[in-house]
Design a protein around this ligand. Sequence first.
Ligand code: ADP
Ligand code: MG
Length: 495
Amino acid sequence: MNAANVSLKEKYSHFIGGEWVESASGRTFETRNPATGELLAQVAAGDASDVDRAVETAWQAFRTSWSRTDANARGKILYQIAEVIRNNSEELAQIETLDNGKPLMESRLDMYLASECFEYYAGAATKLEGKTVPVFGERLDYVLREPWGVVGQIIPWNFPLLMAAWKLAPALAAGNCVVLKPAEQTPLSVLRLCELLSDVVPQGVINVVTGFGPEAGAPLVKHPKVKKIAFTGSTEVGREVMAAAAVNVADVTLELGGKSPQIVFPDADLDAALEGVLLGIFYNAGQQCSAGSRLFLHEDIYDAFIEKLVERTRRISVGDPTKPETQMGPLVSREQQKRVLGYIELGVKEGARVLVGGQAPEDPELRRGCYVEPTILVDVQNDMTVAQEEIFGPVLCVLRWNDYGTMLEQANGVPYGLCAGIWTRDLLQAHKTAQRLEAGYIWINQYDVYAYGAPFGGYKQSGVGRELAFETLYHYTQQKNVNIDLSGKPSRWFR
Ligand code: ADP
Ligand code: MG
């Protein structure tokens, strides 16, 4: 037992065909609590042979049972998955907080959202229809949407169970079996979920192979029997995944990085904007692809806004994520902590100024964990590295603007295009700006609000394809066209 009152096993294995399976190599790796450095468990380190076993098992389950399970029955199973998550949300949330470091309140919200995701796709399963096409002559032409069979899914560590839900729910609803590889930093919650689902999901429909990216992720992408890959993670690895998927001409959807602008107009409701800016950069300690990491503040309200922003940022309570009063926990790993602190240092070298934070907290209690203070950088120019690259931590870059055209150019002037926030009372201005922003998901007078049904995904290098929407089901199916002669007269080409 540990501080969070859940009992973890000493060792976790792959979950394949409804059973715990050790790595063929016998190798394992450690997963640690980033708040304390404490060892949580040993986890099987998978490689190509484990992936192969999982893919074969998944195909077997597809052929023998899942492909014969009709949409209504699949939908009911997804409803049951949602129910299992809801009934076990406290335990799953505690595991998430131990493995990832996010405050318990955030983990609980993740579990709530994960169960809602399964419910959305539970209802969608029976609505996924083909079509008929009015073709020439006496013919009938219809189009079926068929599952790929087995899909490979690779997810990151920032929202471990929620990202698993975003991926699993539409894939299963569309009729696929899955081999999923969780991030090596945070494998525990999805493994526990698999265990809890043993009476609900038929064996072999969901398989989990744990391990590192190059050893366990790459072979999944390149597996000849996996024709569909869905990946969420860094743009750098996304590019590799896309290239590797080309080997078998596999279909890919990618949800990658972001460097999203938050644009505050002088007429905005500044209190609301302040809340949205804080949420956008400090939720999950900034470890989210949607993070509003570049704040464009109009010069008329710059000083007043910054004063309040600094004051509120200082008040964020950073600490033990299992404590109810904690608002920000550690980053996920020592490596991530070093990366983020490195970016702050680089920003200062480039000419930015630290207004708040900028370091690992002094508190000796927190030294054991991978903490970084909530940080605000001002005097940032859009061409600085800290304004161009995704930091993936609690670091806000502030840019001052006065000319609308220049501001828009800068807001769009990054390789990414995931999200954007617009703060103004002038709705005409807001809609106009939304049209001109190169981003896949835009919020007006709010931030970080998601809705199942609304397509989430990126422009430019932030990704390919959309999640959370009905059309996500299309990514998990392929079309089969059937064209039938109704005339009964043989068509003669060669006379
Ligand atoms: P981050 O940099 O935020 O850790 P990554 O993009 O490195 O994100 O990782 C996201 C997921 O991709 C993880 O599950 C990781 O193990 C996996 N991964 C990393 N490298 C590869 C690779 N070469 N092929 C497939 N998956 C990979
Ligand atoms: Mg861990």
